[in-house]
Design a protein around this ligand. Structure first.
Ligand SMILES: NC(=O)C1=CN([C@@H]2O[C@H](COP(=O)(O)OP(=O)(O)OC[C@H]3O[C@@H](n4cnc5c(N)ncnc54)[C@H](O)[C@@H]3O)[C@@H](O)[C@H]2O)C=CC1
Ligand SMILES: O=C(O)C1=N[C@H](C(=O)O)C[C@H](O)C1
Length: 231
């Protein structure tokens, strides 16, 4: 596959290393004006960039029918518009707040646990995420996905960073040097605590998931998720 990387930072470089190891070629490493590049040469674009650039870069690819795998967080208020542009241009799109296989499984576990816990109101739910200090957004995209899944079955009305109100789901964000990404869901009662936790040991899991998604997506049309790719 010929891959255009949209963003060439920590994730872009990890994807380059693993993609080349799987026999793919990185033809563009785009970190500025996307209009300068002949995107038609790419089979697929993989976007791990910055919130301000993601929407324009992704939709520029769609207008040229280049399939896009995007993992950039912090721009999802424009996700529905991106989907519309993808469909209008008969292109292909996979977005995930977290591409690792482990987190894709963790999302399913989170939904099942939330379903189970809705009958036990004495347990108070909370989410904690821990990331490296360069991270631009808080809470993490993964924490938001986990919160939205819990809100589907919980009595709480919305998630909020550092929430204190009873009807809000509290997310706590910590920033510690060199942590690739940790997410913890806790259910606390007066007598005990139930916890599930996902700890990324490096960025390789995110990068491999995104490459597998790109391999799967390259000849397809439509809007997909990591569940379509892995299950
Ligand atoms: N979905 C997932 O599995 C994961 C998502 N992420 C997300 O991916 C994004 C990138 O993460 P990192 O690589 O750690 O960040 P980083 O800060 O190391 O890299 C960001 C890159 O974007 C580039 N950039 C800036 N302006 C640009 C533009 N106009 N067009 C294209 N690129 C531009 C920067 O030059 C840099 O190369 C973040 O939003 C992060 O939250 C990170 C890891 C996993
Ligand atoms: O910025 C990161 O590093 C990560 N971002 C994603 C997120 O916001 O959830 C995924 C992963 O946790 C690493």
């Amino acid at each position: 596959m010929k891959i255009a990387l949209l963003g060439y930072g920590k994730m872009g470089k990890t994807i380059e290393r693993l993609a080349e190891g799987r026999g793919h070629e990185i033809i563009f490493r785009i970190t500025d004006d996307i209009e300068k590049y002949d995107l038609q040469k790419a089979d697929v674009a993989i976007d791990f960039s910055v919130p301000d650039a993601a929407f324009n870069n992704i939709t520029t690819c769609f207008r040229q029918q280049i399939p896009v795998v995007s993992g950039t967080t912090g721009w999802l208020q424009q996700y529905d518009d991106a989907v519309k542009i993808c469909e209008e241009n008969n292109s292909a799109f996979i977005y995930a707040s977290n591409f690792s296989l482990g987190v894709t499984l963790f999302f399913e576990l989170n939904k099942q646990l939330a379903q189970m816990m809705k009958n036990f109101p004495e347990y108070k739910v909370g989410i904690e995420e821990i990331h490296h200090t360069q991270k631009l957004d808080a809470p993490s995209g993964t924490a938001i996905t986990l919160a939205e899944q819990i809100l589907e079955t919980s009595e709480k009305k919305a998630w909020k960073l550092d929430a204190v109100a009873e009807d809000e789901l509290r997310i706590t964000a910590k920033r510690i040097e060199n942590v690739p990404g940790t997410h913890i869901i806790s259910y606390d009662s007066p007598v005990d605590t139930i916890k599930i936790e996902h700890i990324a040991h490096s960025r390789d899991g995110f990068a491999l998931g995104a490459i597998v998604a790109a391999e799967w997506l390259q000849h397809k049309k439509g809007i997909f998720s990591m569940k379509d790719v892995l299950f």
